[in-house]
Design a protein around this ligand. Structure first.
Ligand code: PMP
Length: 365
């Protein structure tokens, strides 16, 4: 069977050449006679792997030298708790509610500090990013979700926060386009979209935010200072996912680096949004000015809910038969969603548009 175009929101496509490279090294990593899966995380060979992955993160994201790079576990969801547990000082943080993940982050934070939801687009179905140009106040940090995977929106600007650290969940947009790390106090991303298979979470934290006195009784595994002191090896790290992240980052580097990734992502997103905007059969749900490059939710123009549901199911099933898989929208919002992360080739988006045209001619005219 040939490979499909996988539009899943995560875990999602990995570059085929990366999978082939991993396969070629699967049983014998570069003459060690062992798989990376079997190797001691304290071995010289593994030290080389984790150091290489960190160096590539630093290079490709232009991480300034006063930031630490960590490879943790527990997904982005655990960062929803670690951020407030470790960054709490005065006891109040600001959150912007731009969708399901943003509100989950705020809900978790409320267990540790007072949360001010300073803006929300909930009443508009989270179809845009609310305007938050400037934030001041007695906040330990401001939290934003830079790209909202489910609603397909992204921040096109960063709020000015002065001395308030800006914290962001970049799970679904990491390394999709340039990001000025120096504007942030802390960034985190689950790996299973643009970086690696699931299992590792990338955290980038400014050194002055690392404290040896997080909230009382914080478990060691949930303390940034302990992970920093131990070079992400306080316990056994997610070894294989970190290795795979290294291969994915090498693939980015070999293919023109972030500028070329950005160019391709913009090309893919423009193809799809232009098609949707011109269509009389489909429409994008995210508003212009807030549209994600990575996740593109869309609906048909069928307004009767029962008929729309049947049409959506047919669309997703027939697309899968055509080798375009995982196009169902998130279970909370329905409709369709095409996640077009870094590893999705331009041809995958073209194939999707060709399918949409055919499906519309047969079902939506
Ligand atoms: N934040 C965002 C923006 C996400 O898209 C997701 C997962 N889809 C999460 C957080 C949760 O990530 P994890 O499963 O790694 O905990």
């Amino acid at each position: 069977m040939s490979r499909v175009y996988n539009f899943s929101a995560g875990p999602s496509m990995l570059p085929e050449s990366v999978l082939k490279k991993a396969a070629s090294e699967l049983t014998d990593y570069r003459g060690t006679g062992q798989s990376v899966m079997e190797m001691s995380h304290r071995s010289k060979a593994y030290k080389g792997i984790i150091e290489n992955t960190e160096a590539l993160v630093r290079e490709l994201m232009a991480v300034p030298s006063n930031y630490k790079v960590l490879f943790l576990q527990g997904g982005a969801s655990l960062q929803f708790a670690m951020v407030p547990m470790n960054l709490r000082k005065k006891g109040k943080a600001a959150y912007v509610d731009t969708g399901v993940w943003a509100s989950k982050a705020a809900k978790e934070a409320k267990k540790w500090l007072e949360v001010d939801t300073i803006a929300s687009s909930k009443d508009a179905g989270y179809s845009f990013i609310p305007e938050v140009k400037k934030v001041d106040g007695d906040y330990d940090y401001l939290h934003i979700t830079l790209n909202n995977t489910i609603m397909g929106t992204k921040w096109e600007y960063l709020p000015e926060t002065g001395s308030i650290p800006l914290v962001s969940d970049i799970s679904s947009c990491v390394l999709s386009e340039p990001l000025d790390v120096s504007k942030f106090g802390l960034l985190y991303a689950g790996a299973q979209k643009n970086l690696a298979p699931a299992g590792v979470t990338l955290v980038i934290i400014r050194e002055d935010l690392i404290t040896d006195s997080p909230v009382e009784n914080t478990p060691a595994m949930l303390r940034y200072d302990i992970h920093v002191e131990n070079g992400s090896m306080y316990n056994t790290p997610p070894c294989y996912s970190i290795y795979m992240m290294g291969l994915v980052l090498e693939w980015i580097k070999e293919n023109g680096g972030l500028p070329e990734v950005t160019r391709r992502n913009k090309e893919k997103a423009a193809l799809l949004y232009d098609y949707l905007d011109a269509s009389s059969c489909y429409h994008a749900t995210a508003q212009k000015g807030s549209r994600s490059l990575m996740n593109v939710p869309f609906l048909t123009k069928e307004t009767d809910p029962e008929k729309a549901d049947a049409i959506n199911k047919k669309f997703v099933a027939e697309a899968a038969e055509a080798g375009l898989v995982n196009l169902a929208g998130h279970r909370l919002v329905g409709g369709m969603r095409a996640s077009i992360y870094n590893a999705m080739p331009v041809d995958g988006v073209k194939a999707l548009i060709a399918f949409m045209d055919k499906f519309a001619a047969e079902n939506l005219k």
